[in-house]
Write a protein that binds this ligand. Structure first.
Ligand SMILES: Cc1cc2nc3c(=O)[nH]c(=O)nc-3n(C[C@H](O)[C@H](O)[C@H](O)COP(=O)(O)OP(=O)(O)OC[C@H]3O[C@@H](n4cnc5c(N)ncnc54)[C@H](O)[C@@H]3O)c2cc1C
Length: 434
């Protein structure tokens, strides 16, 4: 078996074999000498850069027509990084020093474009991976992609890096009467600015960072937002004691137990924001950091929404019972009229829809089964980057580890490649023998 794999490993780098594969199949077939990365978001780019630095070439496939499509195509105009820039840098290249602490969306995209240029990463755009399966006989991954023209390509590779993200597909909840509602219903991935909702009554469903910020944006554009709060939520000030709340938490965690840090964060939040339960935002039983660790649920970092809730400019509502033609009925029996509904109901992974593998990734949620920090590596050359629920910090950690791991294999196999090439060069040609 090892011998077979070795021969096939050599074949994957043999230009004659590659050409044969390319022309013989009914669809286009491409043998990738190095790893194949699916997704050209920050995670895919970080992995390609780390590999490049180690001398390992990779191919990146992206379903959109640009890098970082989530940031470029699916986010609202006023978005800034939620965390200070030093916690959002990708490996090997920092943010420009003149960027503010919380770069705006366009600055982050500019940074990613510069990053791709620096490491000469040229993704193959408009290629949606529809299926990926490990061929145990061949010892390679077979990855099928579909282009915009419907043309299929099969990539054959030794290593497959899943970088399709935690936010690949919008989560659209089912609500009774959804088809009946006469106004606009859209997910935050399609919300750009409050400008088009000026003067309108808008119901925002979901009170995570996006829902809270969309409400603030609607207020700033003189719309009349209400916020559906179905669950408990931790809201913390974005900054406390002269530092970013995130940075301070990371620093405190170096010295103190998590529960102690949580208590401290909650006391300071109470002093700065008051009792959030009084404005309809009950806190979970577990502290913000412990909850994040156990469930991945991110605390909301307040950028001004709370003040608008306190002033009554944003109304807090309970869960929705059903939608009507121009109104929404809530579980408390009240009914209110609305012109539009914005679903800040989050995103999900799309891995189970295309990766035919059940060991590493859970079919249920499309995340690696093994918990952080061990979810980055599977069997047979399969890797995951950016599924740690730890934002871009998690991405950087994964990307570095994956590149180091693949480099070891790559160097080992390079010896065989050299030997194979040498043996080819030493073979007498058919011309000289006649
Ligand atoms: C609004 C918002 C703000 C955030 N702010 C921060 C922050 O301040 N700091 C922080 O650390 N984190 C933040 N995050 C979390 C996270 O860091 C980002 O979501 C980041 O973009 C994740 O990068 P990624 O490459 O893993 O995923 P993505 O950016 O989602 O990139 C995945 C790419 O894969 C492509 N893809 C998906 N499926 C396929 C397929 N089948 N075939 C081919 N391509 C495919 C997608 O088109 C996409 O381009 C934020 C998230 C959101 C939604």
């Amino acid at each position: 078996m090892d011998c077979l794999r070795e021969i096939q490993g050599k074949q994957a780098h043999d230009p004659i074999f590659i050409e044969k594969m390319n022309t013989s199949a009914s669809w286009r077939c491409i043998c990738v000498p190095g790893p194949l990365i699916v997704g050209a978001g920050p995670s895919g780019l970080a992995t390609a850069a780390c590999l490049k630095e180690k001398g390992v070439p990779s191919v990146v496939l992206e379903r959109s027509n640009c890098i970082a499509s989530l940031w470029q195509l699916k986010t609202y105009d006023r978005l800034r990084l939620h965390l200070p820039k030093q916690f959002c840098e990708l490996p090997l290249m920092g943010f420009p020093t003149d960027f503010p602490t919380y770069p705006i969306k366009q600055q982050f995209v500019d940074y990613l474009e510069a990053y791709a240029r620096e490491f000469d990463i040229k993704p193959r755009f408009n290629e949606t991976v529809s299926q990926a399966e490990y061929d145990a006989t061949l010892g390679f991954w077979r990855v099928k992609s579909v282009g915009v023209n419907g043309k299929g390509t099969e990539y054959v590779c030794r290593w497959l890096v899943v970088a399709t993200g935690e936010n690949a597909e919008a989560v659209m909840p089912e609500m009774e009467g959804m088809g009946e509602f006469g106004g606009d219903i859209r997910h935050t991935s399609l919300y750009k600015s409050g400008e088009e909702f000026r003067g309108k009554r808008v119901l925002v469903v979901g009170c995570g960072n996006s829902g809270m910020e969309v409400c603030l944006d609607l207020c700033n554009h003189n719309a009349r937002p209400s916020l559906v709060v179905r669950d408990t939520v931790h809201v913390l000030p974005r900054e406390m004691l002269g530092r970013s709340t995130f940075g301070l938490s990371m620093w405190l965690l170096k010295w103190l137990p998590i529960r102690f840090v949580d208590r401290l964060l909650l006391i300071v939040s109470w002093l700065m924001l008051g009792d959030t339960a009084r404005i309809g935002l009950d806190r979970p039983r577990l502290g913000p950091l412990e909850l994040k660790n156990l469930s991945g649920k991110t605390p909301v970092l307040d950028v001004g929404t709370l003040a608008n809730i306190k002033s009554g400019d944003i109304k807090v509502c309970p869960s929705i019972k059903r939608l009507k033609r121009h109104a929404v009925e809530f579980v408390n029996g009240k009914t209110e009229n609305f012109d539009a509904i914005i679903l800040a109901t989050g995103y999900k992974s799309n891995v189970p829809s295309w990766l035919k593998e059940r060991e590493m990734f859970s079919e249920k949620d499309g995340y690696p089964r093994r918990p952080f920090p061990n979810g980055w590596k599977g069997e047979s050359g399969l890797y995951a980057v950016g599924f740690t629920k730890r934002g871009l910090l998690g991405t950087s950690m994964d990307a570095r580890r994956i590149a180091e791991d693949i480099e070891r294999c790559w160097k080992h196999e390079a010896k065989h490649r050299m030997a194979f090439t040498r043996s080819l060069l030493q073979q007498p040609s058919s011309d000289s023998s006649s």
